[in-house]
Design a protein around this ligand. Sequence first.
Ligand code: ATP
Ligand code: MG
Length: 325
Amino acid sequence: MTYAFQAEGLVKRFGATTALVGVDLAARPGTVLGVLGPNGAGKTTAVRILATLLRPDAGRARVAGFDVVDSADEVRRRIGLTGQYASVDEDLTGAENLVMIGRLLDLSRSAARDRAAELLAEFDLTEAAGRRAGTYSGGMRRRLDLAASLIAHPEVVFLDEPTTGLDPAKRDDVWSLVRRQVAEGVTVLLTTQYLEEADALADEIAVINRGAVIAHGTPHELKAVVGGQTLHVRPLDPGRLPHVAALLARVTGTRPGSPGRGVLAVPVEGDAVLAPLVAKLAEERIEVMELSLRLPSLDEVFYALTGEETVPAEETENETEGAAA
Ligand SMILES: Nc1ncnc2c1ncn2[C@@H]1O[C@H](COP(=O)(O)OP(=O)(O)OP(=O)(O)O)[C@@H](O)[C@H]1O
Ligand SMILES: [Mg+2]
């Protein structure tokens, strides 16, 4: 088997809406495929088909060697799924949630308890294990959700926007948990709205828009198309902008542009310019409000790929489903 999962030509319609118009996705075992796309792009629909929760109208998909339609039970035994919206039972404790899922997966009572304890420890939830999940913070819930998807030692894990709404520190926690699973040989499909997240975790990225893959490649290849990192500097005193612009040009070798009032931006490769820049700013006593290195936002990625703004294909229909996110 060369692919841990492979989808070819997936089509899915919901009434008048065509959510997927012919999507191909694949990942080799032990790798991460990042599926990057705006609201309504079709990410959750693709995940639900691969996880056997929806039947495609056309096309086919195999996961862990089995067809998702003909051998759905075989597929289900080998996958874990963390949905976009937390699915833990708030009235149960963290430990009870995991034990219940283990029991649903046919583990014996003691095996379910052992596996729950193991995952609670791994996900840093042992202390909170006896508390109702309803009292957990957003980050703790995501960790519990992720733990729940791993009870049965799945070969393939689907993570649907696992960090949306988390603050950066909690997001980093989730990232390291994902990396740890991958290091153990798990294959991951991760959907996200952040290029930064796909860049941090994925071996390959598929960008989807309006139900179609519009770009596919390694993070490096994608960044070559959409642009790499940009350095942003916002001096505390806007009167010093010309001074900072000159300094940036000297340090980076490129004349900066101004993407907004009071801020300068310049494309850079890597973070090598940061240390000399900070030293120069200190030397010339320029205080800054913002000094950041960032990848293009999803909007910028889409603009670079399509020349279009990221307006969801079905704005009205998305309201009901995506409003909470
Ligand atoms: N059960 C459904 N019934 C009707 N339309 C649906 C259904 N599920 C999805 N859609 C529509 O299919 C399209 C793709 O939706 P999907 O949820 O797959 O997008 P997404 O990429 O996951 O978006 P988000 O980032 O908001 O989660 C949207 O237009 C959506 O409104
Ligand atoms: Mg979704």
